[in-house]
Design a binder for this molecule. Structure first.
Ligand code: OGA
Ligand code: MN
Length: 279
């Protein structure tokens, strides 16, 4: 780490979203002014990446607490010694990866999280990247006609979508966590509480249909939006190294973990921060 300075260094990851922050050591409490700069960069870049960190689960949690209120993850168990830190693991003999469908985290909760932090402990060689997509851009680039249609629509979000549920089943079986179907209705377009910008808030993993519409009626529009919202120009791609910590804004981004490393182990620690009811 370089000498402590009053300004964080910010380098964009891509045109669409994401930035790398260097020269910050997250292992001990940060000055208020640095936390404020990180908070500002988070709202501007939506995904922040910190390299070469060395964090125990408690230190990861302590950093998370400087940015928000950590909450338990509803679908799998946390670490026994630090329950608000959830392991995200794919072992050498496994083929399914956790969350392996484009999504915004746990949109099936009444109050979905503001942000998630993911910290890399062990990563496969040159693989296991995570893709992110900017949902402000996804909304902004729609026609006025479709924007107007979506303004009136509410998405029904469920934890029971079989494609997505399959990505956590193996973990739940291991952990003995009961399978519970969670469901929440949220506006298809939400207004970010901090930036006031509108973001598309339906996602392939969780949104089953629009409120008041049948599944069949909803499908063509949801299929269109699913493709539209993750197009390459809205994306960035993160290559992990051990010690990389990333935080993303679930209110205006989606993410997708690449599953291109069968036979290798990938171990991450995750913390979720409480959010607001989408409006
Ligand atoms: C998550 C998730 C992405 C990854 O923890 O919410 O989707 O790259 N993980 O493991
Ligand atoms: Mn996720």
């Amino acid at each position: 780490m370089g000498a402590p300075s009053n300004h964080i260094a910010i380098d964009r990851l891509a045109g669409a979203l994401g930035a790398e922050i260097s020269d910050v050591d997250l292992s001990s409490p940060l000055e208020r002014n640095i936390v404020a700069q990180i908070g500002q960069a988070f709202l501007e870049h939506l995904v922040l990446v910190f390299r070469n960190q060395s964090l125990t689960p408690r230190q990861l949690l302590a950093f998370a607490k400087q940015l928000g209120d950590p909450i338990p993850y509803p679908q799998t168990k946390g670490l026994p010694e630090c329950p608000l830190v959830t392991p995200v693991v794919k072992l050498e003999n496994e083929t399914v990866n956790f969350g392996g469908v484009w999504h915004s985290d746990t949109a099936y909760l009444e109050t979905p999280p503001k942000a998630s932090l993911l910290y890399a402990i062990e990563v496969p060689p040159s693989s296991g990247d995570t893709l992110f997509a900017n949902q402000y851009s996804a909304y902004d680039s729609l026609s006025d006609g479709l924007k107007a249609t979506l303004e009136g629509l509410v998405g029904v979000n469920t934890s029971a979508n079989p494609d997505m549920a399959a990505t956590r089943k193996h973990r739940q079986a291991d952990d003995g966590v009961a399978l519970k179907v969670l469901e929440a209705n949220h506006p298809a377009v939400r207004t970010h509480p901090a930036t006031g910008r509108k973001a598309l808030y339906v996602n392939t993993a969780h949104t089953s249909h629009f409120e008041g519409w049948t599944a069949e009626e909803s499908r063509p529009l949801l299929d269109y939006l699913s493709k539209h919202q993750i197009q390459p120009e809205f994306r960035s791609r993160l290559q992990w190294e051990p010690g990389t910590l990333t935080i993303w804004d679930n209110r205006c981004t989606q993410h997708y973990p690449m599953n291109d490393y069968h036979g290798h182990r990938r171990v991450m620690h995750r913390v979720t921060l409480a959010g607001d009811v989408p409006k």
